[in-house]
Structure formats: C-alpha cells, structure tokens
Design a protein around this ligand. Sequence first.
Ligand code: GDP
Length: 204
Amino acid sequence: MKIVSAEFVMSNSDVAKCPGGSLPEYAFIGRSNVGKSSLINMLMQRKNLAKTSGKPGKTQLINHFLINENWHLVDLPGYGYARVSKKDKKTFQKFITQYFEKRKQLVLGFVLVDCRHEPQPVDLEFMQWLGENQIPFAIIFTKADKLKPNALKANIENYQKKMLESWETMPNYFITSSSKGYGREQLLDYIDAINLEIGALQRA
Ligand code: GDP
C-alpha cells in the first residue's frame, strides 16, 4: 500500500465520540516506550504524525488518523494498569477496554512488543483479554535493529513458546524496526489485503 495521505482527525477518551461512518480501523497499542509513535511515523513516513516522547503516559487519548481517505489508524495510549480498589485489584484503563469492546469499526488491534524483552505479563494478559473478548489482534515486535539476527530469532522463538502455553496457534506477527524501516511493507500490505477483503464483502 502506498501512503498518499495521513491526517490527524481527533483525540478523545470516549469511544462514543470517536468518528462515525464505517471506515475500517486498526488500533496500535503497547506499553509506554515500546516504540509505538516511532512505528506509526515510520509507517506513514511522517516525522511527527504521532508524538514521540521520552515521557511515559504522555498520550492518554484515543487518537484517530485518516489514511488514504479510506481507513483509520488509531494510536491508543500506552497501557499500564489502573488501580481500581483498595485491595490493589488491577485492570486495564477503562476507556481502552471500552474502546476494544464497543468500537464496531475496529478490524484488528496491533499489540506492540519490544523484541529485546522477555514476554511481559502485562502484554500477555492484555492479549489474553483480547482473546477472551474475541477481538482479533496481531503482534508487532519493535526495535529489531537493536538485536543481532541470532538473538532476535531466539527471542521470537521464546515468545512463540510462551504464547503457545495458552494459545493454540501463534497469532500473526511482524518484525519491525522504525529506524531501519523493517516490516513497513509487510504491515501495510497486510492492512491493505484486509481492507480489500472488507471492500469485496461490502460490495457482495
Ligand atoms: P512510544 O512511547 O511507544 O510511542 O515510543 P517512542 O516511539 O516514543 O519510542 C521510545 C524510544 O525508543 C525512543 O527513544 C525511540 O527513539 C526509540 N525507538 C523507537 N523505535 C525504535 C527502533 O525501531 N529502533 C531503535 N533503535 N530505537 C527505537
């Protein structure tokens, strides 16, 4: 897919106020600092479409971007846990779970994972939650340039092994580097193929 246009549409924390219409939409989520803003900017070939920041938790909103005037890219806040009770029971920020539960236009979520790290409980739990709620997702491994090929391969295999403890198959995944541009074409082609399928179904 060639990116012809990428425009900021709106930011808010209420799924009910997200853009109307029926354009397919893809949401990007992950822990703070995982490289989400850099990835979005790399995909769109823009320096500052998504705001990169050293400060975790700076972007605490649902951010919609209109791409090629035919799909929405959604930049979600880095998830952490919100404390919900004195007993220290933890849950994901409510407006994020509500977004995934209620947003009809959502086609797929991309869960970003730093390829250098061991599988993190918060990521695994979030994917588990997506699975339980039947929300399709794919994994994006970020910062692949930071590892040597063998280490990268070992980490991905380790991740797969961990996933297969609770999943029947490994979800689709992509290996990316924003600084090198790795994975850009694969990701955009993946989105493009789904959009074409949706378009064909709508016309049928
Ligand atoms: P966000 O908080 O998830 O939006 O993460 P950012 O995109 O702001 O990136 C966090 C830090 O990781 C920044 O210092 C980026 O320069 C760095 N970073 C992000 N992606 C890559 C990558 O693909 N390769 C390398 N080497 N650094 C990256």
